[in-house]
Design a protein. Structure first.
Length: 310
């Protein structure tokens, strides 16, 4: 496995580094740490760097970038994994995406927000672009906050002690499940498996309900068969983690997939939400489905979006 950790010195960037520290990667895992010095490109490929007659300022920026990388490498040395680093110049999202392709990365890890993002935003512009266009799996790291019990409102250390795994039986959700197992979760990890019954949306959707208004029996059969299929999906995925000794539980939800996952996340308070980049019905040419995008945008937890590694 090859991991790309993108850092920019922000609070969320430090959380992403701590998340990599906390995860249990296979021994043969390589980590590439990248930081991007933002540099806007104007018409004709012109940049401020090309116009400067003295390299002094660029040298200062390069030095700061190298210091950031060195601090990150020192923090990751305890993992015992091979670590490389590089500085890129240009548009941060573009450079992260290009680096991921060039280095043959299987997982991109980065903070959900960066240095210049507004505190009001749940997801930063760079993270949003990488999440949407990456060909690799992406882990967007947020500060986990306890939302219930006596410790409500307190910060938790980044890690995967409780994981919410959303599945619909699709190829991409199966890939997300496999990716999660490849991370070798801590022994005390609790895996909560959920899936959503889409057929129950018919009851609240007037246009769709017109199709069934003269055949209530057909609607009942649809809901019964989908419920049975959901139980099989849940049991299969849950058993994969049970067989590895993890604590598991599961729930079948009723309603829209994204809304159901977000409600489950509020209920179970996971460290990380895991789901596939696309579901059963999304247009194949899209790199990211609407459910994954909405969950990543509005979740309070870190989000791991699984994609096939080509």
């Amino acid at each position: 496995m090859r991991i790309l950790l993108a850092v920019d010195g922000s609070h969320y960037s430090k959380l992403a580094t701590k998340m990599v520290e906390a995860l249990y990667f296979p021994p043969q895992t390589d980590i590439t740490v990248v930081t991007v010095v933002p540099e806007h490109t104007f018409l004709g490929g012109i940049t401020f760097g090309k116009l400067r007659t003295t390299p002094a300022r660029k040298d200062v920026q390069q030095e700061k970038a190298l210091e950031l990388l060195q601090d990150t490498i020192q923090a990751l040395n305890k993992t015992g994994l091979k670590i490389e680093s590089l500085v890129r110049w240009g548009n941060p999202a573009d450079e992260i995406l290009e680096t991921a392709d060039e280095v043959n990365i299987s997982l991109v890890v980065m903070g959900a927000k960066g240095l210049t993002d507004s505190p009001a935003f749940r997801l930063g512009s760079v993270a949003q672009t990488v999440m949407k266009y990456a060909r690799e799996s992406v882990l967007l790291v947020r500060q986990a906050m306890a939302i219930s019990g006596l410790d409500a409102g307190t910060e938790r250390k980044p890690g995967m002690n409780r994981v919410l795994l959303a599945t619909d039986g699709s190829q991409h959700s199966q890939l997300a499940t496999q990716l999660l197992m490849n991370l070798t979760l801590p022994n005390k990890c609790e895996v909560i498996v959920v899936t959503a019954l889409q057929s129950h949306l018919v009851s609240s959707n007037k246009e769709t309900k017109l199709t069934f208004q003269n055949d209530e029996e057909l609607l009942t059969r649809l809901q019964k068969e989908e419920d049975q299929h959901a139980k099989r999906i849940i049991a299969r995925v849950e058993n994969q983690f049970k067989n590895r000794g993890y604590t598991t539980m599961s729930e079948i939800l009723k309603g829209g997939a994204a809304e159901s996952v977000l409600k489950a996340a509020y209920k179970y308070d996971p460290d990380v939400i895991v789901l596939g980049s696309r579901g059963l019905t999304v247009i194949k040419r899209l790199l990211l489905g609407s459910v994954a995008e909405r969950v990543a945008r509005y979740a309070n937890s870190s989000v791991l979006i699984g994609r096939p590694h080509e």
